[in-house]
Design a protein around this ligand. Structure first.
Ligand SMILES: [Zn+2]
Length: 160
């Protein structure tokens, strides 16, 4: 799942609890695992993988730099979109916390690669377990994810 889907869901949930950024962060993080369970397509990362079989060694090379650049760009664009969608005076902190919490488990995988010890090891095991084993093809996966984001944005607009 690309980070934007997680960020939009986390931000949308957080917008319902503007005075509770810590709760928004925790619920955002929990939503990550629920959404990862939905069959989807991930953009190809060359150095980082959620797969249990992936090697634990992470070497600093051009592929890692490319992956980090892609993740950072994705996260920044997503935060901007979520703030544009849901930030309001009094809700900005919670929306930011919800979106960051929802994205956090993915960068923690990278941290687990660098530091494969507890509690990151258990978290990685849970992440791999909760993540769907079904990979969709690119066109189907991308359109399913865009539809899901549109559904979340639409539901939030109706419920707000
Ligand atoms: Zn994930």
């Amino acid at each position: 799942m690309i980070l934007s889907t997680h960020a939009v869901v986390g931000g949308a949930i957080a917008s319902f609890m503007p005075g509770h950024p810590v709760l928004a962060f925790v619920i955002g993080a929990a939503s990550h695992f629920a959404i990862d369970a939905i069959p989807h397509v991930d953009y190809p990362l060359h150095s980082i993988s959620v797969k249990r079989s992936a090697t634990s060694a992470l070497t600093l090379n051009w592929l890692l730099v490319q992956d980090l650049g892609l993740i950072t760009l994705d996260a920044c664009v997503d935060l901007a979109i979520v703030l544009w969608l849901y930030a309001s005076p009094g809700a900005t902190t919670a929306v930011l916390a919800g979106a960051l919490g929802a994205m956090l488990p993915d960068p923690l995988q990278l941290l687990h690669k660098l530091y494969p010890r507890e509690p990151l090891r258990s978290l990685q095991r849970f992440h791999a377990w909760s993540h769907t084993k079904r990979r969709l093809s690119w066109p189907l996966g991308v359109s399913a994810q865009l539809s899901f984001v549109a559904l979340v944005v639409g539901l939030r607009a109706i419920l707000a």
